[in-house]
Design a protein around this ligand. Structure first.
Ligand code: PRP
Ligand code: ZN
Length: 294
């Protein structure tokens, strides 16, 4: 591995994997997958990707094998609290792959609240986060460590409850389980090694980070164009969600109307468009923004 290329650890398979590659694509990085699929070189910037199990990502970054990583907050928190001398740091919260770490129990069972977990056995892949939660709530319970299929443990009668990730809730429902409480809310994180890197590497990270922020910012933003009665301009501008100072342009041959162009940093709903129309806006266009910078 070249000294002046950035190594990024990404999840090999799973939900996070797709979203991570999508983000890099939106940053203008085309990923050329190698035959074994574990290592890819990016052409556009001096970046290499290591495709690994998500549990390995925090350690790879903390120990300096990789300079950056994209990983779920759930895994980052669990590994971060388990490993001594853990030094990886959060650079940016990425917003995608949202999920929650929850405690769940069989529907209509005896356990109705967190305090009912006293003396129970809880199956989990997140023993450290579970341990912290139980300690904070003064509950003593046994932990059964499992690396997958945690949701089947109550049916197998090897655990009374589980502590696992919920995204859509389909897995819990399919296994007759219901949530007791949320332990951690999680999203994808961009993490970096805590060690100082070369000036060259820092420059690449700086450039990539600007692109990531630009790509994420563009996702939520819209470009709005409309025609407005000059007299209602202040009210119309007030209605534009999260808009910076808009551009006002004259309209050929129409004296009492102008064109308004604005970047809205928040979602533009149908309700907003209806309100705009009600106070004299017409030809309202809401356009997606692909990239943003500056
Ligand atoms: C997680 C979790 C559940 C499922 C929940 O597993 O362990 O099995 O997702 O998602 P849902 O609420 O949308 O049904 P994941 O798919 O990440 O794989 P793993 O358990 O093998 O790590
Ligand atoms: Zn699972």
């Amino acid at each position: 591995m070249s000294l002046n290329r950035i190594q990024i650890a990404l999840q090999k398979n799973g939900r996070l994997a797709e979203d991570s590659l999508e983000l890099l694509k939106n940053c203008g990085l085309r990923v050329v997958r190698s035959r074994d699929d574990l290592f890819c070189r990016v052409k556009e910037l001096p970046i290499d990707l290591l495709l690994v199990r998500d549990d390995d990502i925090p350690n790879f970054v903390s120990s300096g094998i990789c300079d950056l990583g994209i990983v779920g907050e759930n895994v980052f928190s669990e590994v971060g609290q388990t490993v001594e001398g853990f030094s990886a740091k959060i650079v940016e919260r990425l917003g995608f792959s949202a999920c929650r770490l929850v405690l769940a129990v069989p529907e209509n069972g005896a356990i109705k609240s967190v305090s009912d977990l006293e003396g129970a056995t809880i199956a989990t892949s997140y023993p450290q986060l579970l341990h912290e939660f139980l300690k904070k709530n003064s509950v003593s319970a046994r932990t059964l460590n499992m690396t997958g299929s945690v949701e089947v443990a109550p049916r197998l009668k090897i655990a009374d409850a589980i502590c696992d990730i919920v995204a859509s809730g389909a897995t819990l429902a399919a296994n007759g389980l219901c949530e007791l409480t949320t332990i951690l809310k999680s999203e994808a994180l961009l993490i970096r090694s805590g060690q100082a890197l070369s000036v060259e590497k820092e420059a690449i990270i700086h450039r990539l980070l600007a692109r990531i922020r630009g790509a994420l910012g563009a996702e939520d933003s819209k470009y709005v164009m409309l025609h407005a009665d000059k007299a209602r301009l202040p009210d119309i501008i007030k209605l534009l969600p999260g808009a910076e100072s808009p551009t006002i342009l004259p309209l050929q041959g129409v004296a009492d109307k102008v064109a308004v162009h604005a970047v809205c940093r928040e979602a533009v709903f149908w309700e907003t468009m209806e309100q705009l129309q009600a106070i004299g806006a017409s030809s309202i266009l809401v356009l997606p923004i692909e990239k943003m910078m500056g």
